[in-house]
Design a protein around this ligand. Sequence first.
Ligand SMILES: Nc1ncnc2c1ncn2[C@@H]1O[C@H](COP(=O)(O)OP(=O)(O)O)[C@@H](O)[C@H]1O
Ligand SMILES: [Mg+2]
Length: 250
Amino acid sequence: MSFAYPGTERLVLEDVSLDLPAGAVVAIVGENGAGKSTLVKLLCKLYVPTSGTILVDGVDLARLPSDGWRARLAGAFQDFFRFELSARQSVGLGDVPRVDDVPAVRTAVDRAGATDVVERLAAGLDTQLGPAWPDGVEVSFGQWQKLALARGFMRDEPLLLVLDEPTAALDPQTEHALFQRYGAALRDGGAGANGRISVLVSHRFSTVRMADRIVVLDGARVAESGSHDELMAAGGTYAELYRIQAAAYR
Ligand SMILES: Nc1ncnc2c1ncn2[C@@H]1O[C@H](COP(=O)(O)OP(=O)(O)O)[C@@H](O)[C@H]1O
Ligand SMILES: [Mg+2]
């Protein structure tokens, strides 16, 4: 599968072939501009490949109805939007039919580890976000990001969950704890048995290493892929980057 953005010539992804097994947690790593976010957007069918196909259970994603596919997606993009609504609705929009479902919103907030953000709001979930509105409050970038993450966790049983650097504003320990909890819930809770695929983009190798499969993108191509142990044993790019980062945290 290859892809160039509409109206451009340059292939942002070139001959990318990936197998995302049902139930797997897949991490994508690579330098800025390597095409990680683009790959995530293609999986969500926000774009279709310029050549080649993405197969979902053997069916060409380009031929699946977009609405039906998107209804099964959840997650958070890197370039998230600040919805200046009540905190409840700003999170609840992650599953439009349940936008005002307070218990569902609370569950999502909890999944995202965003309870502290909501607790600090004067009127809790009823707080209006955005200082331009009557009684509206400003929240920090990190707080917006946590609310966006909560929005991404609204759906209970997505087929595909994508998390594209949704926690860049969080400290590494918080991100690590979040994905540990999330990964464990997927594997033990039977959620994985539904075949949910989770795709996670992060710069933090301490987080990435828990994935079942790690895909290293380099200059629009897949440089290597495998489990943490496999890639460490292979001694390639991943192993080198991992060692550099591990040394920096010591
Ligand atoms: N909407 C767009 N139109 C044209 N080029 C884009 C667009 N979005 C991203 N790109 C280009 O595609 C390449 C890959 O970007 P991206 O997928 O965002 O990389 P990453 O997430 O790995 O940092 C970059 O060269 C970027 O400039
Ligand atoms: Mg990106």
